[in-house]
Design a protein around this ligand. Structure first.
Ligand code: ATP
Ligand code: ZN
Ligand code: MG
Ligand code: MG
Length: 471
């Protein structure tokens, strides 16, 4: 890719989150991730070119030096900062504007700095030869998968109902979403196949910003505010069906929609429990399940037929959960430490650099948070280590998992006839090879901590007022 000869026709709108907008190349397996600003700042950018460059370099460093060591290198693609011609960026921003969802347009794409993050396109993996069946990629933003057990938690409800489920009531009450999602992260992170299946079913039913499906690099299923949901599900089934026809079904296509969806979810559960690529066993974490049930989840515990295995310790979910659990004090226990650090920085402003409050996110930063004393020894080093841990946990609560599924039979095209015969005779679901990645690993700013406390209080009081009171 030659950065001085960028062609806007070769790039298209791919997707966006709250903080960035993503463009994908039409041929190369590459994306450009650009920062977004609040629309009211669109005339004058809130930061200089140097600051924008630093911000993106910090994202790369945080991902490659800190998150990758905690989550496992095999899942992480940190990318690199690139400087793009401003004219190219401006043209693109005009071109993609009408493809952006209206509910995201409170922010505008950064067209001033020319800085972007260049990443491999995880929705069109090239590790497999081009096949006639495009890969299916499923993106899940799982959110926080455990209940806090910190002694600092002041409201009992927080130890019974998970944050995501409480937050859903708050979001519906505030008009962010029309309907509540019945997905519960504790079911997804349980390691129990039935509970995971149940969780993914609810992600499909109400995807919000937690679930998307891509086929051959194009988004074919995501939340569409205002559109007819049943229509969407039908079109999804239309896309999925060819991947799940096998055995007798291949001939007469009489597979029910329910069976297609069940097979799809089962393949996804397998990928999430695997070691990240192909098949994998691995030690399982038997401590995991059992203690982690959310009272708001509609999953009926009595339905569990098989005792839980827990999450395999090499699975993506296990690694994410472990990192999320670095938030061991809960925001209520962390906030006083944050205030002590803030006071310390007011008294000794130069300490900000030594304590690496805003980076650099290097090995020393990682060491600071990993070598945290177990007890509060009253030192600022302890406070800072806990704050760093909390910020890392926040990133892990906000990241997404991308699962790429490639029908593995496509790889042995020589044996096409043989494969068909085998599938026909066995009438077992076709095998997929999969790769699992984690994306969206931005550092959360130190200054965002007070906002986290206020949000926590608002969510809990809203739940106690509305949702919690309902039968
Ligand atoms: P959030 O609001 O979740 O914090 P964000 O603004 O930080 O989101 P990302 O999640 O990184 O932005 O990117 C937005 C979307 O773009 C993702 O949900 C995903 O669908 C797509 N995307 C991001 N990075 C890649 C990638 N490397 N390959 C393919 N698609 C990507
Ligand atoms: Zn829950
Ligand atoms: Mg995201
Ligand atoms: Mg993000």
């Amino acid at each position: 890719m030659e950065l001085d000869k960028m062609e806007e026709n070769e790039w298209r709108y791919h997707g966006e989150g709250n903080k960035s907008l993503v463009l994908s190349h039409v041929q190369l397996s590459r994306v450009l991730r650009l920062l977004k600003y609040p629309a009211e700042d669109s005339e004058n950018p809130p930061q200089t070119v140097e600051q924008a460059f630093r911000q993106i370099q910090n994202i790369v460093d945080f991902s490659s030096n800190v998150m990758s060591s905690l989550l496992g290198e095999k899942f992480i693609h940190s990318g690199e900062v690139v400087k793009l011609p401003l004219e190219f960026v401006r043209q693109l921003s005009i071109k993609v504007q009408n493809q952006r969802p209206a509910w995201r347009c409170d922010k505008v794409m950064d067209i001033y700095s020319g800085c972007a993050l260049c990443l491999p396109n995880l929705t069109s993996p090239t590790l497999h030869q081009p096949t006639h069946t495009p890969p299916l990629c499923i993106e899940i933003k799982p959110k926080c998968g455990f209940l806090p057990s910190s002694k600092h938690v002041s409201k009992d409800i927080k130890t019974k109902v998970c944050r995501f489920c409480m937050h859903q009531h708050y979001k519906v009450a505030n008009g962010k979403w029309k309907r509540r999602s019945l997905y519960c992260p504790l079911d997804l992170f349980s390691g129990n196949r039935q509970r995971m299946h149940f969780a993914i079913k609810h992600l499909i039913e109400e995807p919000q910003n937690n679930f998307k499906i891509f086929k051959g690099g194009q988004c074919i299923y995501s939340s569409k505010e205002g559109s007819d949901d049943s229509l969407d599900l039908n079109s999804l089934l239309h896309h999925l069906r060819p991947y799940f026809l096998y055995g007798n079904n291949r001939i007469n296509s009489h597979m029910t929609s329910k069976a297609v969806l069940n097979d799809f979810i089962q393949v996804l559960v397998n990928a999430l429990l695997s070691g990240g690529g192909g098949d994998g066993g691995g030690v399982t974490d038997s401590r995991g399940e059992g203690r982690s049930f959310c009272e708001a989840s509609l999953f009926n515990r009595e339905r569990i037929r098989h005792g839980s295995q827990g999450l395999p310790s090499d699975s993506v979910l296990f690694r994410i959960l472990q990192t999320q659990m670095l938030d061991s004090l809960d925001i209520e226990g962390l906030y006083p430490l944050y205030r002590r650090v803030e006071q310390h920085l007011q008294d000794f402003p130069k300490e900000r650099t030594r304590l690496q409050i805003d980076g650099p996110y290097d090995e020393d930063f990682l060491e600071k948070l990993q070598k945290c004393p177990t007890e509060d020894d009253g030192s600022v080093e302890y406070d800072v280590a806990k704050v760093h841990q909390y910020r890392v946990a926040m990133t892990a609560k906000d990241c997404s998992i991308m699962v790429a599924l490639v029908p593995s039979s496509e790889e042995e095209e020589d044996d096409e006839g043989q494969r068909r015969l085998r599938d026909f005779l066995s009438s077992r679901p076709p095998a997929f090879s999969y790769s699992v990645s984690i994306l969206d690993l931005d550092p959360k700013p130190f200054e965002s901590i007070p906002r986290q406390l206020r949000l926590d209080q608002k969510i809990v009081s809203c739940y106690l007022r509305t949702g919690g009171a309902l039968p």
